[in-house]
Design a protein around this ligand. Sequence first.
Ligand SMILES: Cc1cc2nc3c(=O)[nH]c(=O)nc-3n(C[C@H](O)[C@H](O)[C@H](O)COP(=O)(O)OP(=O)(O)OC[C@H]3O[C@@H](n4cnc5c(N)ncnc54)[C@H](O)[C@@H]3O)c2cc1C
Length: 378
Amino acid sequence: MTAMNERNQPAPFGGLSIDFSGDTSVAAPATPAPLGGLSIALAPDAATAPGGPATAAAPDDGRTETKLLIVGSGPAGLTAAVYAARANLEPIVLAGSAPGGQLMLTSDVENYPGFPEGIQGPDLMAAFRSQAERFGTRIVDVDVDRVDLSSRPFRLWARGVEYRAEAVIVATGASAMWLGLESETRLRGRGVSACATCDGFFFRDREIAVVGGGDTAFEEASYLTRFASKIHLLHRRDEFRASKIMVERAKANPKIQIHTNTAIDEVLGDAKVDGLALRDTVTGKATTLPIEGLFIAIGHRPNTEAFRDWLEIDAKGYLVVHDETHSKIDGVFIAGDVHDHRYRQAVTAAGDGCKAAIDAERWLEAEGITEANTLTAW
Ligand SMILES: Cc1cc2nc3c(=O)[nH]c(=O)nc-3n(C[C@H](O)[C@H](O)[C@H](O)COP(=O)(O)OP(=O)(O)OC[C@H]3O[C@@H](n4cnc5c(N)ncnc54)[C@H](O)[C@@H]3O)c2cc1C
């Protein structure tokens, strides 16, 4: 039954309560604090526990066969699930070991439309999941470790259980690479970020650092000059992988200071970032650099492991799409950051999930697997 509000209208998010009002933690601060000065819970809690965000889920029906199986439960996978479930495809989502995807690692999300005051990443993903489950999606928080896409039904295995599907959407995302320091993990969302487009806004007039030596690091540093007062670009070596023109442009920018042969030993700060402990990789000399934000720009690793023997992979390791969301295998579709190294945003991933679900539904109809009259008035 649909949850209703006091005016007898359907309550948003199926009754899932997200309080946008009066929450100072998500209101734009008068003086921007890094990431709104917020902490995010990286330790297991209701939102990030392996079981995934709290939802008003229907009892698990235990199905392992479906018309459409979706791999991944970030914005792409769960949006595909909402569309597919509303089209009566009764999808199964194999959500992976990171239910909710990358947004579970961040606090304020201020650029996802529909939330004028912003929303916490885990709250947003809880709402996505609840919406997908409301229409009959089965979600299982397991990683797919093996697939056989040689014939239909396609077969996928996770923790020894075999799932069968007539169509598959791969929405396994890409994982940001981190330095691997304990202090970096502790201060994620408290000044440490892996997404300049997402979090640059919080560092207006602040002195910050970007770490990396490739095009992404230089792009992020250049983008961040519109907010930060000064950007230290830190790189372990004295040569860059980035294109020459990007390096020259950065050198010419008075807001960017490049530090070569510089490694980060520690991110300093208790409640938020207030500096970096650095080491010269040639002389070994230790220094500290007072900064308020650190952007990690050392790359992303697309999560393609289970599919790499079956689907095309480009030079950067991302899946290749044809005609929007199609893969080279009929009936296998691709959505989100696992193929998109250009935009890497929640809203573009969600849009991709929508497109993949519509393409999958049309393909299932064309193959005669679903009846022609199921095509939803979306
Ligand atoms: C720190 C940070 C902050 C960000 N902030 C913002 C922001 O403010 N606004 C914004 O628009 N974007 C932001 N982004 C980017 C945004 O999170 C991504 O663009 C978006 O999450 C991509 O969605 P996706 O569904 O393609 O993949 P992901 O979110 O990466 O989800 C991938 C899913 O696939 C699953 N998976 C992986 N491998 C397997 C497998 N073998 N079997 C089953 N499941 C698997 C994972 O468990 C996960 O559920 C941020 C990213 C980071 C890292």
